[in-house]
Write a protein that binds this ligand. Structure first.
Ligand code: FPP
Ligand code: MG
Length: 324
């Protein structure tokens, strides 16, 4: 089963699509693909068949997103909590993921044609060796594509993501690359696995559960949350249309709330610079001191982030070669 599903839309689907395209469209959609096992039970199938149908649905949904112009999707494929499930299910899911990454590598030409970039977010060290090797290869093989992005959250929870980000910052301070006062919301964000991704505009969860289950807690503070009763493998393009319509109805308020947060964030950094300069220069503080200090802080942060990027890339390359 392919990652790129090309399907003709029915007349009714095209009319709905054209109508929605008149309004604002989320550029980043996050999905919690829930309900695979209940679906399998209803159909008298085994659990792994349910998850395989779940993968097919993800591939199909990416086609709907392409038609709508949603160019970034983040999908919760496996939570760190999911390791507590039976060994048979965990092994089956890990093998399914490895197999699908292999298919992806065989289909690379198709992915390049559509400009699809795959990123994996999560603690890759928790995955079995074959799965993390295939995941790393898929990420490296598609990293030059920039038309649309699929972020797969694998061995992911937000708490673990935030903890590793804090550890990166602490290490940066201990190595002398950063000052403790350089730490800000913006810098913390740059240390998350989702670095470089815009926050999701719309977060969709299937199966009637109405919680976030430790998914993108930092990133979804200003996202529109949409819950549907449909089990993940049952999802249709009409459910996605419903979610986008819901987003359009709330779009105005979401944009205003996010902007307010960004404005406040800038003020906090400026105030922090002034505070640091005041400690250093006391009464002799001038505007030039503040400008110079801000430039120094920006340079420190740029160097720290460049080294973080390099470390992450080397780690991925090591995983891809199986050279760990
Ligand atoms: C949640 O349903 C789903 C999962 C834990 C797994 C989702 C994984 C996929 C759709 C495949 C991903 C593929 C790749 C290539 C990474 P559930 O198991 O919690 O079902 P339930 O809520 O009915 O118990
Ligand atoms: Mg579930």
């Amino acid at each position: 089963m392919t990652w790129i599903v090309e399907k003709k839309r029915s007349w009714a689907e095209w009319v709905a699509l054209r109508t929605l395209l008149v309004g604002p469209i989320p550029t980043h959609l996050a999905v919690i693909m829930d309900g695979n096992r209940r679906y399998a039970r209803q159909k008298h199938q085994d659990t792994l068949t349910g998850h395989t149908q779940g993968f097919h649905k993800l591939a199909e949904m990416l086609g709907w997103c392409r038609d709508l112009g949603i160019n970034q999707v983040t999908a919760y494929a496996f939570s760190i909590e999911n390791f507590k499930r039976s060994k048979q299910e965990v092994d089956g899911l890990m093998e399914l993921a490895a197999e699908k990454f292999e298919v992806l590598l065989e289909e690379q030409e198709k992915l390049d044609k559509h400009g699809v970039c795959i990123r994996v977010v999560g603690n890759l060290s928790l995955l079995p060796q074959r799965t993390r090797q295939m995941a790393a290869r898929a990420v490296i093989a598609t990293q030059q594509n920039n038309n649309c992005y699929l972020n797969l959250a694998l061995a992911y929870t937000s708490r673990q993501e935030m903890t590793q980000a804090m550890n990166e910052l602490v290490d940066g301070v201990q190595r002398g690359e950063l000052l403790a006062s350089d730490i800000s919301e913006e810098l913390m964000e740059e240390c998350l696995y989702t670095r470089g991704s815009k926050d999701p505009d719309l977060l969709l969860r299937t199966s009637g559960e109405v919680r976030l289950s430790d998914f993108l807690l930092w990133q979804s503070g200003f996202s529109c949350l949409y819950f549907t009763q449909a089990l993940w493998p049952e999802l249709t393009i009409w459910h996605l249309f419903g979610a986008v319509f819901y987003y359009q109805r709330h779009h105005h308020m979401l944009v205003a709330a996010r902007q307010l947060c960004l404005d406040q964030r800038e003020c906090v950094v400026e105030e922090q610079d002034v505070e640091c300069c005041r400690i250093k220069y006391g009464d002799k503080l001038t505007q030039e001191h503040i400008t110079e200090y801000a430039r120094g802080r920006e340079n420190r942060i740029a160097a720290f982030l460049a080294s973080l990027t390099q470390r992450r890339l080397s780690y991925l390359q090591q995983l891809a070669c199986g050279d760990e």
